[in-house]
Design a protein around this ligand. Structure first.
Ligand SMILES: NC(=O)c1ccc[n+]([C@@H]2O[C@H](COP(=O)([O-])OP(=O)(O)OC[C@H]3O[C@@H](n4cnc5c(N)ncnc54)[C@H](O)[C@@H]3O)[C@@H](O)[C@H]2O)c1
Length: 305
């Protein structure tokens, strides 16, 4: 297959693009490099095009694709430029959606568990979304628009509500990189890991290798759907510190501090994975312990970034 990967220089997009090539697909990456990093593309053989997805002229010029995986987005959830957030995340998505509908090709796109906002129970795709910030709202707009066109689309449209993704290729994200990456950096330098009081917030952390595999699997979905992509397990920030201490052979206590985003913070996320399992016939394979072990030992150890 010939697959267009938008946001392919980013954390998840680059893993997806490289996995597609391993599986024998031809990949073209479109990314404006506003946030991604060329280092993520090391080893990729396919064409890389630097272009802003808000401008759809590029889609008209390129030879036909069999499918699009749309990962491009402004991903810093704390960004206050609402106009930029919505124009990239929603208008960019609209361009890709219109392209896929007109060409009658498959679309897999990145949504987010952010659409659920705060809750204290397992999150189901059917529940009422309550986004807490513009980022989450922009993703909800994409889901609503996609849902509208699912019936009339010739090929499946699959939205993936990623939960908290961690793993190799996220270093360029700075403060938006995962908790696992942030705490690893601190603990490596023998600093106390800094987490919000009192570390019992729980998130569904999923390893990027699982996310890339499930995203590629979504290209074979038999029907349109919006699907949670999580492990189905909610794990605490304190758990991450415990696991990193074990993997790094350290014994550092957490330093707790007040959460500056308390009013809009997701203190609990956990994916209901029933739809993931039934639609993609697959699920996450890595537990948090296995994912962190793999990430630290195979990818972070010895790196200076
Ligand atoms: N990482 C997570 O935990 C997570 C969770 C939920 C959803 N998501 C979604 O997954 C997708 C990938 O996220 P990521 O973590 O890899 O983020 P990332 O920031 O590493 O990747 C996003 C990529 O999109 C590119 N981009 C931004 N604006 C663009 C534009 N106008 N035109 C073309 N390219 C543009 C960036 O340069 C970057 O390479 C995003 O849609 C994000 O919202 C990520």
């Amino acid at each position: 297959m010939r697959v267009l990967v938008t946001g392919g220089a980013g954390f998840i997009g680059s893993q997806v693009a490289k996995l597609l090539e391993v599986e024998g697909d031809k990949v073209v990456v479109v990314d404006d490099f506003s946030h991604g990093n060329y280092k993520n593309l090391s080893g990729l053989r396919g064409e890389v095009i630097c272009h802003d997805i808000r401008d759809n002229s590029i889609l008209k010029k390129l030879p036909r694709f069999d499918a699009v995986i749309h990962e491009a987005a402004v991903t810093d959830t704390t960004l206050t430029d609402n106009s930029l957030m919505v124009s990239v995340n929603f208008n960019g998505f609209n361009n890709v959606l219109e392209y896929c509908l007109s060409k009658k090709i498959r679309l897999v796109y990145a949504s987010s568990a952010g659409v659920y906002g705060s809750g204290s129970s397992v999150m189901k795709e059917s529940q009422e979304p309550t986004p807490h910030n513009t980022y989450a709202y922009s993703k909800l707009l994409c889901d609503l628009k996609a849902a509208k066109f699912m019936k009339q689309s010739a090929k499946p449209i699959v939205g993936l509500r990623y939960f908290n993704v961690y793993g190799p290729g996220e270093y360029h994200k700075g403060a938006s990189a995962s908790m696992i990456y942030q705490l690893y950096q601190q603990m490596l330098q023998n600093k106390q890991p800094r987490i919000f009081k009192y570390g019992e917030q729980k998130r569904d952390f999923i390893y990027v290798k699982d996310v890339a595999r499930l995203t590629v699997a979504a290209l074979k979905a038999k029907r349109s759907a919006i699907i949670n992509v999580g492990t189905g397990q909610a794990r605490s920030f304190n758990d991450i510190v415990t696991i990193l201490n074990r993997v790094l052979e350290k014994d550092l206590d957490a330093a707790y501090f007040d959460n500056p985003y308390a009013s809009v913070y997701q203190n609990f996320t956990q994916a209901d994975t029933a739809l993931l399992k039934s639609t993609l016939k697959s699920q996450a394979h890595y537990s948090l312990e296995e994912g962190i072990q793999d990430y630290v030992k195979k990818h972070l150890a010895g790196r200076t970034f």
